[in-house]
Design a protein around this ligand. Structure first.
Ligand code: HAM
Length: 424
């Protein structure tokens, strides 16, 4: 990420942080390296992420992986910190890099940044609605904070799609139905699907192979199999989303690519991005804490991908994501020397300004006065402060406003106050 790109990244990060803090989420910074086993036990052994995309390294006895996602590491940290017994309800968030060995293409990178939000320790349906709303609020807030008056994400440019994965018996009945549906055409599926059919039939439904997708069309939907309890939970989530006024689309094709999900799953899509339209994905993972050695507490969360978010903003072409409130621009002052032997004076003056919270830079190439003034203008600095021998002797400097071209001599002691007041 080059300096030119940083304002856009800060926009995403600060927006995420601000929204999370407003809702009582605390920042957590989980490990970059985890034992491979953590991901095989959580994301699942028979998933694309674990089977194809994990960067792993073997050192002595340990098999380690660069984290491909954040949830598993956060649950591990939650358990090791003792939160499960001391303070089970934890609202946590994290912003940081994830690693997946995917074919690099538009919106897909091998190192990418996620805004990860997790609420651990409860089954309450309000929390599902809270995190779904937070994900949607994130995209709207980013749009608002971009320097483009009145820019909003219009209805239809983003779509929240939601489903339930059931849990326990209803999930097993559904899996059996999916298996019976797929069995007659299994021979026509790709090799990976055939292997997955035996070991984890739901992952057949994630296959991106066009032929497999055709064969998967019309597979039984979980919603027809949901137990009364899980259906009631799903309806409560929708009810709470109505309370907040957030429209969602129920989409039974959403099964997510990670094994830990139970009940609510959701994705935020930007149809403008075509095949890779998911900006965000998440859902409940009610047994993961137990599977990793803790008590059986519920949890729900999501992760937003920053790469796809920036792509969307470019695609909508209404704004330049680099033009954000976080674009701090060049240093306010360029300190210029009007003669030889003044290097130390220029150097000291620049540091004096910085001490007073005024950003300043200077030339290090011994350029002529004219060349330095040109450089200051080109650099986009607002002021040039010219240090000259005669002025030095009088205890003054020249202050030039590079925007309107006015220039005055003023006492050195007045310089800081004058710059702060914003004038020559
Ligand atoms: P995920 O759907 O695998 O979920 O990833 C979430 C988002 O990360 C995707 O929607 C996408 O925007 C972005 N993303 C994924 N892979 C890449 C990539 N290679 N390059 C760029 N962006 C990418 C999870 O990771 C879950 N841990 C989310 C979660 C949190 N569920 C519950 N809590």
């Amino acid at each position: 990420m080059l300096p030119e790109e940083i304002p856009a990244w800060r926009l995403l990060e600060e927006t995420a942080r601000g929204l999370a803090h407003l809702r009582g989420y605390r920042e957590i910074r989980p490990a970059l390296l985890e034992e491979v086993e953590l991901f095989t036990r959580s994301v699942g052994e028979v998933t694309d992420i674990v089977q194809k995309e994990m960067f792993t390294l073997q050192k002595g006895e340990s098999a380690l992986a660069l984290r491909p996602e954040g949830t598993a590491g956060i649950v591990r940290a939650y358990l090791e910190a003792g939160y499960a017994s001391a303070a089970p309800l934890q609202r946590l968030f994290h912003i940081g890099p994830m690693f997946r060995y995917e074919r690099p293409q538009k919106g897909r990178e091998r190192m990418f940044t996620q805004f990860d939000v997790e609420v651990l320790g409860s089954l309450d349906a309000r929390l599902d609605a809270e995190v779904i709303f937070l994900a949607a609020a994130f995209f709207e807030s980013v749009a608002i904070k971009v320097k483009a008056p009145g820019f909003r994400i219009a209805r239809g440019e983003l779509e929240v799609r939601m489903n339930s994965m059931g849990d326990g018996d209803d999930r097993n009945t559904w899996k059996d139905a999916v298996r019976s549906f797929l069995a007659p055409t299994m021979a026509e599926h790709c090799e990976l699907c055939r292997a997955r059919f035996e070991r984890n039939v739901l992952r057949v439904l994630d296959c991106k192979n066009p032929r497999c997708k055709e064969l998967n069309a019309g597979a039984p939907a979980i919603l027809e199999y949901l137990s009364a309890e899980n259906r009631a939970h799903f309806e409560r989530v929708q009810e709470y989303l109505r309370v907040l006024g957030l429209p969602v689309v129920i989409d039974s094709s959403i099964v997510r690519g990670l094994d830990y999900y139970t009940r609510t799953v959701f994705e935020v899509h930007a149809p403008a991005l075509g095949a890779r339209s998911a900006l965000c994905g998440g859902g409940r993972y009610d047994h993961l804490i137990a599977e990793l050695g803790g008590p059986d507490l519920g949890a729900v969360g999501f992760a937003v991908g920053f790469t796809s978010t920036l792509l969307l903003f470019n695609e909508l072409k209404k704004i330049d994501p680099k033009e954000t409130v976080f674009d701090e621009g060049p240093a306010l002052v360029f300190v210029v020397s009007a003669g030889e032997g003044l290097e130390s004076d220029v150097f000291r003056l620049a540091e004096d300004l910085r001490k007073n919270e005024i950003s300043a830079v200077y030339d290090v190439e011994q350029r002529s006065l004219k060349a330095q003034m040109k450089l200051a203008g080109k650099g986009g600095h607002r002021y040039a402060v010219v240090v000259g021998g005669d002025e030095l002797a009088r205890g003054s400097v020249q202050l030039k406003d590079l925007e309107d071209g006015t220039q005055h001599e003023l006492a050195r002691v007045e310089l800081v106050a004058r710059l702060r007041a914003g004038g020559v």
